[in-house]
Design a protein around this ligand. Structure first.
Ligand code: NAI
Length: 385
């Protein structure tokens, strides 16, 4: 099967590496010759490293390299059975690209977008044959992250999502099926990890080092929210927050913060600019957390209650199945446990209690408990047990 990838930036290059390694012939296109060259070099370097580490034989690395065909000519895509688009996050640009592509590929070529924030349905709408259109959403870096969200548009023909799931699985990835709603699974459910941490900071309840310490040391998360936002970059993370908020018709639950907006406006994007919540200057002294366990536990239970609430609502609204929700959060953002299993462990009644206390205190929709949690408590149900 020949696969076309359009856009050879961070994501396109990674996806090209994944599918070439899986044995497909890959046509990789970018309108920018430099970006295409950068992608070829980075894939080569990655394959070399994998071979050096013994994770890939030299023959396999060479064969993978030989299957990769960078090009600046979209006419080369005539023989592709699947094309995955990973160009800039702009609806008009993506729609225009697919209109052009439909005049080149065969009628049964599957068309896919790796968009993180646009609706799959809105991109599919530009196509003559929207029934062959689907979302295939990888995580960065694509060769490393196992999770792939598969998102059918409302126009997508029945059966295509299952075919793509199988294909993604054959690449050694873990596919989950998501409804075409803002943020799909991961970028929706993970919002409170950032938003509630910032809220706690804004209230002066704890500082960044203490919140990060609590969520890593006591919560078991691999990175604290502030270190993670600085790592992702506030240019990316703030934009996702804002676009999810807008796409949810301004549901206050997803409201962005002024604190992060100001970092974004100042160009303090985090690690990549040397300054975000933390300073990355060589002489910078990392702030010391207040290792007060009682304070730390309050922080963890507050953030966790909001995350669980988000996962419960996603389940209640059929955004994804229970098992796919768990897989998405453990494999897409490396959470130490699935949020629903975590709710069982903590006690759903306690989680609901935390949310209701917060709601009683603030009267804000961000603390609005999912009706599913309330029903489960009433009926003494568990997600897994
Ligand atoms: P990027 O900016 O690194 O790369 C985009 C590439 O597309 C550039 O090389 C650019 O020259 C090329 N391009 C732009 N318009 C084009 C066109 N009309 N034809 C051909 N090439 C064109 O962007 P990145 O981060 O790789 O993101 C790409 C897509 O993947 C976006 O839709 C983004 O939302 C999505 N995504 C990004 C993730 C991330 O963490 N960066 C994660 C998952 C999805």
């Amino acid at each position: 099967m020949i696969i076309g990838i359009i856009g050879s930036g961070a994501m396109g290059a990674g996806i090209a590496q994944v599918v070439a390694t899986a044995g497909h012939t890959v046509r990789l296109l970018d309108q920018n010759a430099e970006a295409l060259q950068r992608a070829s070099h980075s894939i080569e370097a990655n394959l070399r490293k994998l071979a050096e580490k013994g994770k890939l034989t030299t023959e396999a690395a060479n064969a993978t390299r030989a299957r990769l065909h960078p090009t600046n000519d979209i006419q080369q895509f005539t023989d592709c059975a699947l094309v995955i688009e990973a160009v800039i996050e702009d609806l008009m640009v993506k729609q225009q690209l697919f209109r052009q592509l439909e005049g080149i590929v065969s009628v049964d070529c599957v068309l896919a977008s790796n968009t993180s924030s646009l609706s799959i349905t809105s991109i599919a709408a530009a196509c003559q044959r929207p029934e062959r259109f689907i979302g295939i959403h990888f995580f960065n870096p694509a060769p490393v992250m196992q999770l792939v969200e598969v998102i059918p548009a409302i126009q997508t023909r029945s059966g295509l999502a299952a075919e793509i799931r199988n294909l993604v699985e054959s690449w050694g990835k873990l596919p989950v099926l998501a409804k075409d709603t803002p943020g799909f699974i991961v970028n929706r459910v993970a919002r409170p990890f950032y938003g509630e941490a910032i809220r706690i900071l804004e209230e002066g309840f704890a500082d960044i080092a203490t919140i990060d310490w609590a969520l890593t040391e006591l919560g078991g998360f691999r990175m604290g929210p502030f270190a993670l936002m600085d790592f992702i970059g506030h240019d990316v993370n703030y934009r996702v927050t804002e676009s999810v908020f807008t796409a949810f018709f301004y549901d206050p639950r997803y409201k962005p913060s002024f604190t992060q907006k100001r970092l974004f406006e100042a160009g303090y994007y985090g690690r990549k600019t040397g300054r975000g919540f933390y300073s990355y200057a060589p002489e910078a002294v990392p702030p010391v957390p207040n290792r007060d366990e009682a304070l730390g536990n309050v922080i963890v239970s507050r953030v966790l209650a909001l995350l669980i609430n988000e996962a419960a609502d996603a389940l209640a609204l059929n955004v994804a199945s229970r098992d796919d929700l768990e897989l998405a959060m453990t494999k897409g953002v490396n959470y130490p446990k699935g949020l629903l299993a975590w709710a069982d462990e903590l006690g759903i009644a306690d989680v609901l209690d935390t949310l209701d206390h917060l709601y009683a205190e603030y009267h804000e929709d961000r603390y609005r408990a999912s009706p599913l949690l309330r029903r489960m408590v009433r009926e003494r149900q568990h997600f897994f047990m």
